[in-house]
Design a protein around this ligand. Structure first.
Ligand SMILES: [Zn+2]
Length: 388
């Protein structure tokens, strides 16, 4: 598979605020771990330097007023209510570089989209993308501009009829869902921790789309504590059948890592085992054009390992389990572990063991969701053959 990894050393320089949970060092560490495993090359597994997007790109998914508000947030016009735009909160603070950072994140996803569109890459991966909580007129949940929505609209404008967006971040992909809630050209599927216990408090089964888009928004909320097996069951019952019916021209995935069992901002119990199984399945389901976007992940020991494993699957390369020594040293340099701490040794997690009674409870609850989707969305998504 021809693959492209979109990256810039600038990714790590954009710190929101010192105590913000989103730590940009995770991008650098993911890149360095993949590099230490020898996963980049000059031909098929190329690193492409990220460039900022244009204002026109941002306007594919955002209003002029909102883009201007983010650009000039440090010097706002008197009539602007920045909080109305979701700007200047604890989650979405306004350091001076936030406009530049967001344009670089969206620009990297645009490059990924263009490489995939032209056929130069069958999959392109932007670790700094997946800003799925941003709305057309509002920042939310650490996200300012919605790169996924920008590239989906770009594909639609360039003659692509059907785009599938599948989001496995621990949090509901609410911004992407909302922007395409009334169209049948974009199928959004989000698997996430239930909104009863997790941000942003949405993403329930009954959010199925409106008007032309009825049936084209799919949500699989999972109970806190759900593990690899439960996550896989949810994915396997919903995603392959819907994609087989919808037959997208392009697959866009948000592959956040905050589903992992030690993540501080969610309560799911996924490990590298369940995560990799899903990435393998994305590879199988891809129509030959696949854009992978990063997303959440707030345990910095998890994110580089998960995204390196994902990239290795895209490249079709198996990896030894022992972490390279150079990478172990970087964990100390970036103060992910203390100077005297023993560095982690293994790339893959141990499996998380859920007791049987709890697992059965999770699966019984999940089956209600799957049944709802089978009797609603799976009846409404028009198979490709009858779409024209
Ligand atoms: Zn998340």
């Amino acid at each position: 598979m021809k693959t492209a990894f979109i990256y810039s050393d600038e990714f790590e320089q954009f710190i929101y605020t010192p105590d913000h949970p989103l730590k940009p060092a995770r991008f650098k560490l993911a890149y360095e771990l993949a590099k230490a495993y020898g996963l980049f090359g000059p031909f098929h597994h190329r690193v492409i330097k990220a460039k900022p997007c244009t204002v026109e790109d941002l306007l594919l998914a955002h209003s002029v007023e909102y883009v201007e508000a983010v650009e000039h947030a440090a010097d706002p016009r008197p009539e602007w209510d920045l909080l109305m735009y979701g700007l200047g909160t604890k989650d979405t603070p306004l350091p001076a570089h936030i406009y530049d950072w967001s344009r670089l994140s969206v620009g990297a996803s645009m490059q990924a989209a263009k490489l995939v569109e032209s056929g130069e890459a069958e999959v392109a991966f932007n670790v700094a993308g997946g800003q799925h909580h941003a709305f057309r007129n509002r920042a939310s949940g650490f996200c300012y501009f919605n790169d996924a929505a920008v590239i989906i609209q770009w594909f639609l404008n360039n003659g692509y009829e059907r785009i599938a967006y599948v989001d496995i971040d621990a949090h509901h992909g609410d911004g992407v869902q909302q922007i395409f809630y009334r169209t049948d050209r974009v199928l959004t599927i989000s698997l996430h921790e239930t909104g009863f216990s997790a941000f942003p408090g949405t993403g329930f089964e009954r959010e199925i789309g409106e008007e032309e888009g009825t049936g084209y928004s799919v949500n699989v909320p999972l109970l806190a504590g759900s593990d690899d097996d439960v996550f896989w069951y949810a994915f396997n019952e919903v995603v392959p059948p819907l994609l087989d019916m919808f037959q997208p021209d392009v697959l866009i995935t948000q592959i956040g890592v905050d589903t992992f069992c030690s993540d501080p901002l969610a309560k799911l119990n996924v490990t590298t085992h369940g995560y990799c199984r899903i990435i393998e399945e994305f590879k199988r389901l891809s129509p030959g054009k696949w854009v992978a976007l990063g997303g959440g992940g707030y345990n910095q020991l998890n994110v580089p390992r998960a995204w390196t494993l994902a990239w290795a699957i895209m490249c079709g390369v198996g990896l030894p389990n022992h972490l390279p020594r150079h990478y172990q040293k970087l964990l100390k340099k970036y103060q992910i572990i203390g100077e005297n701490d023993e560095p982690p040794q293994e790339l893959r997690d141990l499996r998380y063991r859920t007791d049987l009674a709890t697992k059965i409870h999770f699966l019984i609850e999940l089956e209600k969701t799957v049944s709802y989707i089978k009797t609603h969305q799976m009846q409404q998504v028009r198979p490709r053959a009858s779409s024209s």
